[in-house]
Ligand binder design. Structure first.
Ligand code: AHR
Length: 553
C-alpha cells in the first residue's frame, strides 16, 4: 500500500476527485493526511500496528516442580574486568567500597537476590591455586587464558566469601582438576570449612575468619573435555571419583540438610562426543559405590552464531535479532537430549542438570582486549535471557541450577562498570523482574503462541511461564518476541479467585537499544495495569517486550 502510493497517482486522484473545489494548498494538505492514514494502516507506525489476541489458560490447582532459586545463579571468573574493577577496587580506592568491594555493585546485586555465584572460573579455575589468594603478601601470577595479564591475587578466598556475605549469596566453588591435585582441593575445603582447631583452621582464623565458612556447591573441574585438560570421559571419570571422595566439607552445619552439593563436569553441546560424555558419567553414577557421589552434572551452552564469535552486540537489525532468538531456543532441545540420557540412569532425577554457563557470546567490542570478552547488552539480550529462564523453568524437575555468563563486564553481564560509573543492563532487569519466581512452583500453561516470521526465521510470537509463589499468588512472565506487533493477551484463570493484578514490562524503541553510561535508562521496566475480571486476566504486550504480572487472590 505504502509503495503503491507514489507510483500509482491514479489512487490519489480517486480520493481527490470529489473535492475538485478545494484550493491547490488545501488539496495538498488533504493528500498529506491521506498519505499518513495509509502509513498507519500499513503498520508503519508500530504502536498502532494491529494487535492479535493470544489466549492462555492457567489452572493453579495443577502444579509442577519447584523453580529452584539457584537457576538465577551468577558466574564471576577472573577474566577481564569481571572481578577486578567489576567487584574489587581495593580498600584504598576512591570508588565507595566496603573492604575493597564496590558498594554500588553490592546494592544492585542485592536487589536481584543472587542465590549463588560460581567462582573463580571457568578456564581460570583449572589453573588457580588457592594459596596464592590468602594471607599477605599475595603471589603475583599470570592469567594465560584471558589476555595473559597479571593476576594480582588480591581477590582471593576471603574476599570472595566477604563479597557473598555482602550480597547474601551462596558459594559455588570450582576446584582445580586440570593443574591441581586432590590434596590441594581437599586442603582448600578443610581451610574453609573445618570447625576443629587444625593448622589450616588456625591459619584461616589468623587471616580474619574464625568461624567455618559455608560452601553450598562444589564444581569438580571445568570443561575438562577442553580448556580443563582435554580429558576423555573415562579419564575425567576417574578424576571425578577421586575428588568426590577426598574433597570434604567439614562444616558441622552442612553434614545433613545443608549438605554441599558436588557437581561433575558435563556436556558442552549436543554432538556425539558430548552425549557420550553424559552417558559415561551417568552410567557410572548409576553404579556408584559408597565412596563417591555427585548431585549435579554441569552443562555449558552459549548463544553465539559462528565460532569464534563474530556477531556484533550493537548496531544490528531485525535479522540478527530473530536469528539469535532462534539460536537460543535450541537450549530446550539440548536440555531434553541430555535429560533423556540422565533419565535412563537416574529416573528419580536425583542428579540436577546444572547449566552453569549460558548466555549470548558476541564479538568483543572494537578496541577492547579480545581476551576480556567485553560486549554490550541490548534489548535482544533481555529477551534472550527471558527465553532461557522460561526453558529452565519448564525443565525445573531436572534443571535445578544455572549460572549466566557472566555477572559483571564479561559476556552477557548484569552490570557494566567504567571506573566509578556503573550501569544496569537490560539482562539485569529481566533477572529483577523474575526474582519472584525464585523457589516458586511451576504451573503449566495451555497456549497457542502464534508465530512471528522474519525472512527464513519462524519463531513463536509469545513465550510464557506461570508459577505459584509462596503466598499462593500467580506469577506470570510473558515475552512478546515480535518486534513489530503488540499482542492482546487473555488469560483464563482456574484454581484461583483472582482479585487484583499488577505488573511491569521491559521494552525499548529498538531491538538493539542499550543502556550506556551516558543514557543508562533507555531499557528499564515500567509499570503496567493488567485487568482482572470474571476469572480472566487481560493485558497488552508491547512489541519486543518482557512482561511479568502478579495476580493476587
Ligand atoms: O565464560 C567464558 C569461558 O567460556 C569459560 O572460562 C569457559 O568455561 C567457557 O569456555
Amino acid at each position: 500500500m505504502f509503495l503503491a502510493y507514489p507510483v500509482r497517482p491514479s489512487l490519489g486522484r480517486q480520493f481527490v476527485l470529489p473535492f475538485m473545489v478545494l484550493t491547490h494548498a488545501a488539496a495538498a494538505v488533504f493528500r498529506t493526511l491521506v498519505f499518513v492514514f495509509i502509513l498507519i494502516l500499513a503498520g508503519m507506525v508500530a504502536p498502532f500496528a494491529a494487535a492479535q489476541t493470544i489466549k492462555l489458560s492457567v489452572d493453579m490447582s495443577k502444579t509442577g516442580a519447584k523453580i529452584d532459586s539457584n537457576i538465577f545463579g551468577q558466574f564471576a571468573e577472573h577474566l577481564g574486568h569481571g572481578v577486578y574493577e567489576g567487584i574489587w577496587v581495593g580498600p584504598d580506592s576512591t570508588i565507595p567500597n566496603t573492604r575493597g568491594i564496590r558498594n554500588d555493585v553490592v546494592t544492585a546485586l542485592k536487589a536481584i537476590h543472587v542465590p549463588n555465584v560460581r567462582w573463580p572460573g571457568g578456564c581460570f579455575a583449572d589453573e588457580y591455586h588457592w594459596r596464592n589468594g590468602i594471607g599477605s603478601p599475595r603471589a603475583v601470577t599470570l592469567n594465560p587464558n584471558w589476555g595473559g595479564v597479571i593476576e594480582p591475587n588480591s581477590f582471593g578466598t576471603h574476599e570472595f566469601m566477604d563479597f557473598l556475605d555482602q550480597i547474601g549469596a551462596q558459594a559455588y566453588l570450582s576446584v582445580n582438576v586440570g593443574t591441581g591435585t586432590p590434596r590441594e582441593a581437599a586442603e582448600w575445603l578443610e581451610y574453609l570449612t573445618t570447625a576443629q582447631p587444625t593448622t589450616l583452621a588456625k591459619e584461616r582464623a589468623a587471616n580474619g575468619q574464625s568461624d567455618s565458612y559455608k560452601i553450598g556447591f562444589l564444581g569438580i573441574g571445568n570443561e575438562s573435555w577442553d580448556c580443563g585438560g582435554n580429558m576423555t570421559p573415562d579419564y575425567y571419570l576417574s578424576q571425578l571419583k577421586i575428588y568426590s571422595r577426598f574433597v570434604r566439607n567439614f562444616n558441622p552445619a552442612q553434614q545433613d540438610k545443608q549438605r554441599m552439593l558436588k557437581i561433575a563436569v558435563g556436556p558442552g553441546g549436543g554432538e556425539p562426543r558430548w552425549t557420550e560424555w553424559t552417558e559415561v558419567i551417568m552410567k557410572a553414577y548409576q553404579h556408584r559405590s559408597w565412596s563417591w557421589d555427585i548431585d549435579g552434572l554441569s552443562m555449558h551452552s552459549y548463544t553465539t552464531g559462528p565460532w569464534p564469535p563474530a556477531c556484533s552486540s550493537t548496531n544490528f537489525g531485525e535479522t540478527e535479532y530473530s536469528q539469535f532468538l532462534k539460536l537460543t531456543l535450541a537450549m530446550d532441545d539440548l536440555i531434553s537430549k541430555h535429560s533423556a540420557i540422565m533419565d535412563k540412569y537416574d529416573p528419580e532425577k536425583k542428579v540436577a542438570l546444572v547449566v552453569d554457563e549460558w548466555g549470548a557470546w558476541y564479538a568483543p567490542l572494537p578496541d577492547s582486549n579480545p581476551g576480556f570478552l567485553i560486549q554490550q547488552n541490548s534489548l535482544r539480550d533481555a529477551i534472550l535471557a527471558a527465553l532461557n529462564l522460561n526453558i529452565f523453568a519448564r525443565h525445573a524437575d531436572r534443571v535445578r541450577m544455572a549460572n549466566i555468563a557472566q555477572m559483571i563486564n564479561v559476556l552477557q553481564a548484569m552490570i557494566l562498570t567504567d571506573k566509578e560509573k556503573m550501569l544496569l543492563t537490560p539482562t539485569y532487569y529481566v533477572f529483577k523482574l523474575y526474582a519472584p519466581f525464585q523457589d516458586s512452583t511451576f504451573v503449566p500453561i495451555a497456549v497457542d503462541p502464534g508465530t512471528y516470521v522474519h525472512g527464513n526465521t519462524t519463531l513463536p510470537r509469545v513465550d510464557a511461564i506461570a508459577a505459584k509463589d509462596a503466598s499462593g499468588n500467580l506469577r506470570l512472565a510473558i515475552t512478546n518476541l515480535d518486534p513489530n506487533r503488540p499482542v492482546d493477551v487473555e488469560v483464563i484463570l482456574a484454581g484461583i479467585t483472582a482479585k487484583s493484578a499488577s505488573g511491569e514490562t521491559l521494552t525499548a524503541p529498538k531491538v538493539d537499544s542499550i543502556n550506556s553510561f551516558g543514557t543508562p535508562n533507555t531499557v528499564v521496566p515500567k509499570a503496567i495495569s493488567p485487568k482482572v475480571q470474571g476469572g480472566k486476566l487481560t493485558l497488552k504486550l508491547e512489541p519486543k517486550s518482557v512482561t511479568v504480572v502478579a495476580v493476587e487472590q
